[in-house]
Design a protein around this ligand. Structure first.
Ligand SMILES: CC(C)(COP(=O)(O)OP(=O)(O)OC[C@H]1O[C@@H](n2cnc3c(N)ncnc32)[C@H](O)[C@@H]1OP(=O)(O)O)[C@@H](O)C(=O)NCCC(=O)NCCS
Length: 186
């Protein structure tokens, strides 16, 4: 899906470019990204070049995936994706380079992207789904602060690095408020 540019107070969210490969390669040396995200491990420069070139271009031409680069000024900070699904739904995924965490950037970006995704003038979705491996408190905190409702844990429902793992699930509906909801395992 073509990437709509979205501006927030501190960030610009726009298309991933081939020139982002160096930053993505550097950020994806972080074990925390390998622990929680389905990235190639080890992560080489050719992986970043493929992601920012072929993969991003084919996402832009598909109806299945929207990818955003998170930028502050000239710096590329991380990535957000929306994986489009039937019934006006999509699953959100995200990561930030380690030195850009702890500053509220991801909560700001998720808020803006879910606003766009659920708006009749944006993707006009009814539901955004969030999923993380059990124990990913940083990701859960972002979803909680963005107004997602925790829906539970699905045992061994996903596979990561050839092992079955339990996953937390949550959702944000187009009719929901953005107030943090009770019931998160945080
Ligand atoms: C998920 C991620 C994008 C969040 O980035 P961020 O918004 O900068 O948030 P932080 O990492 O600072 O964490 C958000 C909050 O969770 C808290 N937190 C972080 N790690 C935690 C942990 N292991 N246990 C409990 N709380 C934790 C932080 O203290 C922070 O709260 P605070 O603002 O009150 O201090 C980032 O941590 C990341 O890229 N992680 C690796 C990739 C990843 O897990 N992606 C999500 C896959 S579902």
């Amino acid at each position: 899906m073509r990437t709509p540019r979205i501006d927030t107070e501190r960030l610009t969210l726009d298309s991933i470019l081939p020139s982002d490969a160096g930053a993505i390669y550097r950020y994806c040396q972080d074990p925390e990204i390998h622990r929680w995200v389905h990235t190639p491990d080890p992560y080489g420069l050719p992986d970043a070049e493929y992601f920012t070139g072929t993969y991003a271009a084919s996402a832009a031409n598909s109806t299945e995936l929207t990818l955003w680069s998170i930028r502050s000024g000239r710096a590329m900070l991380g990535v957000i994706e929306l994986r489009h699904e039937p019934l006006a739904s999509a699953t959100i995924g995200y990561w930030l380079g380690a030195e850009h965490r702890g500053l509220g950037y991801m909560t700001e970006a998720v808020h803006a992207i879910t606003d766009y995704a659920l708006s009749p003038t944006g993707f006009d979705l009814r539901r955004v789904h969030w999923e993380a491996f059990v124990g990913n408190h940083a990701s859960a905190t972002v979803a909680h602060r963005s107004g997602f409702t925790f829906e539970g844990m699905l045992r061994q429902s996903t596979v990561h690095r050839a092992r079955r793992v339990d996953a937390w699930h949550a959702s944000l509906l187009s009719t929901d408020t953005r107030e943090p909801k009770a019931g998160w395992p945080l």
